[in-house]
Design a protein around this ligand. Structure first.
Ligand code: DX5
Ligand code: ZN
Length: 214
């Protein structure tokens, strides 16, 4: 299992330090949650913050856009140093156009499914994206409870990706910790996002090691 700690749970007053600390703790990706106060009822960080922490880690930056117009802002996040840009299929931008735009910027595109969106919504794009992110909480806030009932969605994505012999990664996001990692692993998740589970652990390096062992 690959682990992408969510910086949403770090100490925002020391973001450079936190980026360095979690990189040294063994993270595989850094997950950055961008919220616009419109697509979700919360506001977090934008491209300038991402650009400012970019020098503190060589890890791939996995930028999760919870914003209404991903197409309009893709370039700003690419310039800020994103390696992956994932956006919601429920957002208002045209999906094909947004995938092409992200790809043209030299960044790996991914699509995200909210809990109520079925796996089939991702099927038409599976061969054109590098990642499918399955939300295991309603997007908007860290520290919520894991929705185990999202695992059938992961299984059907796993089945379809394997059937077509694609390399598309399946990422799960929300409420993932030592208690819920087994379900993700059994369902076929490749990358788990963990905010509270890593940053609020006594030792983040131990928490990451445990998640990676699945
Ligand atoms: C929720 C975000 C998640 C969140 C995960 O909208 O997309 O990345 O920060 O945090 P935990 O692991 O605390 O649920
Ligand atoms: Zn996220």
């Amino acid at each position: 299992m690959k682990v992408a700690p969510s910086m949403l749970s770090c100490d925002f007053s020391k973001m450079g330090f936190e980026t360095e600390r979690i990189t040294k703790a063994g993270a595989d990706f850094l997950h950055l949650d961008v919220m616009d106060g419109h697509f979700v009822p919360n506001i977090t960080i934008g491209p300038s913050i991402i650009a400012s922490i970019r020098p503190y880690s060589k890890l791939p930056f996995d930028v999760h856009l919870m914003i209404d117009e991903p197409l309009r802002y893709a370039e700003a996040f690419a310039k800020a140093g994103a390696d992956y840009i994932t956006f919601h299929v429920e957002a208002s931008s045209d999906i094909d156009e947004t995938i092409d735009k992200i790809r043209s910027l030299g960044v790996k595109p991914g699509i995200v499914l909210k809990p109520k969106t079925p796996a089939e919504a991702a099927f038409p794009y599976l061969d054109r994206v590098d990642m499918v992110l399955v939300m295991t909480v309603e997007p908007g806030f860290g520290g919520q409870s894991f929705m185990e009932d999202m695992m059938p969605k992961v299984r059907s994505l796993r089945k379809e990706i394997d059937r077509r012999r694609l390399e598309t990664l399946i990422e799960a996001d929300g409420g993932i910790s030592a208690k819920t990692i087994a379900a993700c692993s059994e369902a076929g998740v490749d990358v788990v996002v963990s905010g509270t589970g890593v940053f609020k652990a006594e030792d983040p390096a131990d928490a990451i090691r445990l998640l990676k062992s699945y």
